[in-house]
Design a protein. Structure first.
Length: 207
């Protein structure tokens, strides 16, 4: 299975999530790639759409490989397998985290501005990204939301590695993922169009 683009992947996810329509869910997209997926999910199941700000902590010489992730409110998750395999030092990890905290704040100002986030308290929350390789970013997202006492957390992604699913299932109440390849070469391999999104494209979708 290959998705045409993120919007088509979101529509496919939305069909699998139709049972949530009556709960008027809060659909939270992870910027940037998760936003068009989340917007398409919300078109199908209704509810509210917002962003959930998290940042991957990439290995310095291989940024796409997540050694962890950070989120709003000081939440951090580290991936011990990647840390051990790559030999990252605590100093290197701290340098990456400092840079990503700065970028997290920049994105908050650009993508959210003065707007207050929609509170997940007491609601069914659907956390959406365009895919999971290690699951670190989505794990942080789950922990950020869990602190705010939602009624239920559902993670929905179009594609994932089996390892990431195992990790995230321990954090969420339910995980929906239609495509779990035996070997995930990269999330982008599941899409014909997997272009990098700019801030303007993301903010337009949120409006």
């Amino acid at each position: 299975m290959v998705y045409t683009d993120r919007a088509s992947a979101g529509r496919a996810l939305g069909i699998e999530l139709e049972y949530l329509r009556a709960s008027q869910p809060l659909v939270l997209g992870l910027p940037r790639g998760g936003i068009p997926v989340a917007a398409a999910v919300r078109e199908v199941i209704g509810g509210d759409l917002d962003i959930l700000l998290v940042r991957k902590l990439g290995v310095p010489w291989q940024p796409e490989l997540a050694m962890g992730a950070i989120g709003e409110g000081g939440v951090r998750v580290l991936n011990p397998d990647v840390l051990a395999h790559t030999g990252i030092t605590p100093h290197q990890c701290a340098e990456v985290e400092e840079a990503e905290r700065i970028e997290l704040e920049r994105r908050r100002l650009v993508l959210r501005g003065d707007a207050k986030p929609i509170t997940p308290s007491g609601r069914t929350v659907v956390i959406v990204d365009d895919g999971m390789a290690t699951g670190a970013t989505v794990m942080v997202a789950c922990r950020v939301v869990r602190r705010q006492q939602p009624a239920r957390i559902v993670v929905a992604v179009p594609v994932s590695s089996a390892e990431a699913l195992d990790r995230v299932e321990a954090e969420a109440d339910e995980v929906i993922c239609p495509l779990v390849p035996r070997i995930l070469g990269g999330v982008g391999a599941a899409y014909r169009d997997f272009h990098q999104l700019g801030d303007a494209e993301v903010t337009a979708l949120l409006r």
